[in-house]
Design a protein around this ligand. Structure first.
Ligand code: BGC
Length: 697
């Protein structure tokens, strides 16, 4: 910590009463602590989250203020960002979030979420980057730096092993320490060491019987002692349960979802313990000093702070760039894509996600988007009046049948977060509604879509998931496509085998029912306000796809190790028995064929790899990539290591580089190697299963 800052903080502290100190270490509103106005100390203002700066809530209830001034730029979700494999885009996106957070007057933005995707069923996977610690860390670092370049603290969440939503407040994670350190902690470590993150959010769950926000092992030993972290630690909302434990570990701020702010563990209960001498006041002082230093680092006390801005044109351009590179072309066997614009006469889009907007869902990641371009709008606005673009819904979700109605009890609408401390409290509905009315409606929609599909030259299916499935507080039961989409897609492919299939979602879905019958498949995520434009550009070839899967797309969730070898979601206790074998580490070692492997993603052009050389002394490798196709494009070359160790995953990602190549162009790619490769094999390729070059390390 900067000694000057600590000196100043101590001076301020010396002038503060116990009440004033206590006011700074717990929520005094849902997203704010208390300031000390007489000393010029402002409250600490926080906001979610990863997909943009969340709208304003009233201070003491989960009721949106409802003004018109909190619409913001809607960013691609972290899974989308990870699919770009582009560090620069992660930095740019972080900058947008930081500048908007400042523009909205925030001090801490509760992002990025960097938990490892242990299971494809975790409801918050869309908020996280990847199943791989290296990819996660590499993208989190520039994101954090981007945010913090605007005098706003990023708040890294959720520390740690917060890998499921079921029983999220109470689930106790059993894991070997070696696995914790090899898979679940490295991205957090990198974010601290290289990203210089200024705030960390403790997770809801327990680790080895202790709640993460009260864990001396996680917060004191790992974070403070081993990693030398001197930033602030903020609890997740309602994650603190015990005054003594929370006070005695290096948690700095307690936040929660209830409005009895003085009853929080680190409010009156802590004050009483200090007054009775049970807990020393110095415990409180340490926390206050860290918060004051954070405020100084953000220039909150010296009047030299950046002002930020939101909804700028530059922000919209940047989120479009990220959205473009997030689209993953999974299959293009007959080169149906890109569509030849000049030949298009009439196009039919089928499926709710062609027309559906996603910004205001998902849990705490919800935002009020200034606008959101749907794929339908993206395509229509591009193709203009001479091409007929029609839309058929094809299926409907159960929401409109009332089963999911969270606000339909005649009372004032409140936010889901009010009940978010109950297990599955934010969940819309446990099971898909099976009512006969719904079935009948879907049958009709299906029939209508199939009939229409026969009459159009070009048919594009745009379905997948939405935030009633990719949602905080809620894990999926399996990877099946909801709303009877499997039946619909199969029926459509029978009459239109040339149909282009587009899936939108934050996590993979089962495709077994129809995957062999389709030759063209595109994956899009919740890609922000410009998502529909990005998708249209890719379909029409204005953008050459360059996204690659940041996670394994399993055939079913049973092909994922957490389900095959470990446990998910467990019963109050969950044992990570699969150990190091997370994601592709399991599938590759145990030869379990995925639907699409980690790192997979096609382009409209082709690339050739050659001339791999390892320069051991310089700790780097170099090789060449040539664009051998007919269009310019970007390729993400991936570097894997095979350690040839017993009881160790077959291969692990240790590097990647994204390069742009004109047609026929060839470039040398150089990658630094941070890992010891002696006795190992080095693999370079376009995905974890498309290895083009290899050498001894
Ligand atoms: C979530 C956090 C979020 C917080 C504040 C919690 O329910 O787990 O990710 O930042 O609420 O909204």
């Amino acid at each position: 910590m900067d000694t000057e800052m600590v000196k100043k903080a101590k001076k301020l502290l010396g002038e503060m009463t116990l009440d004033e100190k206590i006011g700074m270490i717990h929520g005094a509103q849902l997203f704010e602590t208390e300031g000390v106005p007489r000393l010029g100390i402002p409250p600490l203002k926080m906001s979610d989250g990863p997909m943009g700066v969340r709208h304003e809530f009233e201070g003491d209830q989960w009721k949106t203020v409802g003004y018109s001034d909190d619409y913001v730029t809607y960013l691609p979700c972290n899974s989308a960002l990870a699919a770009t494999w582009n560090r620069n885009l992660s930095w740019e996106t972080g900058c947008v979030l930081g500048e908007e957070a400042r523009g909205r007057g925030k001090d801490v933005i509760l992002a990025p979420g960097i938990n490892i995707k242990r299971s494809p069923l975790c409801g918050r996977n869309f908020e996280y980057f990847s199943e791989d610690p290296y990819l996660t860390g590499e993208l989190a670092v520039p994101f954090i730096r981007g945010v913090q370049s605007f005098d706003v603290a990023a708040c890294l969440k959720h520390f740690a092993v917060n890998n499921q939503e079921t029983e999220r407040l109470w689930v106790d994670v059993e894991i070997e320490e070696q696995v914790l350190r090899a898979i679940y902690l490295p991205a957090f470590h990198k974010a601290v060491a290289k990203g210089g993150v200024l705030a960390v959010m403790g997770a809801y769950n327990k680790l080895w019987g202790e709640h993460c926000c009260e864990s001396r092992f996680l917060l004191d030993k790992i974070l403070r002692e081993e990693w030398d972290y001197d930033g602030a630690v903020i609890s997740d909302w309602g994650a603190v349960h015990d005054t003594d434990r929370a006070a005695r570990c290096s948690l700095d701020v307690e936040m929660s979802v209830t409005s009895d702010f003085n009853a929080y563990c680190m409010a009156d209960p802590l004050k009483e313990k200090v007054l009775s001498g049970e807990i020393s006041e110095s415990v409180v002082d340490e926390k206050v000093i860290r918060i004051l230093v954070l405020m100084m680092r953000l220039h909150m006390l010296d009047g030299r702070r950046k002002s930020g801005s939101y909804n700028t044109e530059v922000h919209r351009r940047k989120v479009l760039e990220a959205a473009r590179e997030s689209v993953v072309l999974l299959k293009n066997e007959k080169d149906r894509l890109p569509l030849q614009r000049e030949n298009l006469k009439n196009v039919l889009l089928i499926g709710e996600n062609a027309d559906r907007l996603h910004a205001d869902g998902g849990g705490s990641a919800e935002i009020k988007a200034l606008y959101e371009i749907s794929p339908l709008m993206g395509l229509k606005s591009r193709l203009g009046g001479n091409v007929r673009v029609d839309y058929a819904r094809g299926y409907c979700s159960s929401e409109e049948f009332g089963e999911n109605d969270r606000e339909g009890n005649g009372q004032e609408p409140h936010n889901w977060q009010e009940t978010s401390l109950e297990d599955g409290g934010s969940r819309l509905t446990k099971k898909e509604a099976e009512g006969s009315l719904l079935k009948e409606k879907r049958r009709k929609l299906r029939q209508e879509a199939v009939e229409l599909a026969k009459c159009f030259d070009t048919v594009i299916y745009i379905g997948g998931l939405d935030h009633s499935h990719d949602c905080e507080g809620n894990d999926r039961e399996n990877m099946k496509l909801p709303n009877e989409q499997d039946d619909l897609i199969q029926e459509l492919l029978e009459v239109r085998p040339d149909m282009i299939v587009v899936m939108i979602g934050g996590s993979p879905v089962e495709m077994g029912a129809w995957i062999d019958k389709t030759d063209t498949l595109v994956w899009g995520w919740y890609a922000g306000m410009e998502g529909g434009n990005a998708m249209a550009e890719v379909l029409l070839g204005e953008t050459v796809p360059s996204g690659k899967l940041p996670e394994t797309f399993y055939k079913t969730h049973l092909d994922c190790s957490a389900h095959a070898l470990g446990e998910f979601p467990g019963d109050k206790k969950v044992s990570y028995k699969e150990g190091l074998y997370v994601g592709y580490r399991y599938n590759d070692t145990y030869s379990v064929e995925p639907q699409f492997c980690f790192g997979h993603g096609l382009s409209y052009t082709t690339f050739e790899y050659s001339a791999l050389q390892i320069k051991k002394e310089e700790k780097r490798i170099c090789f060449r990539i040539k664009n051998t196709g007919k269009t310019a494009g970007k390729e993400t070359a991936q570097l894997y290591i095979r350690r040839k160790k017993k009881d160790w995953p077959l291969q692990e990602l240790i590097g990647f580089e994204k390069v742009f190549l004109e047609t026929g162009e060839e470039k040398e790619v150089v990658m630094n190697i941070e890992t010891d490769t002696a006795g190992c094999e080095i693999l370079v390729g376009g995905s974890s299963r498309d290895i083009r070059l290899r050498c001894e390390g």
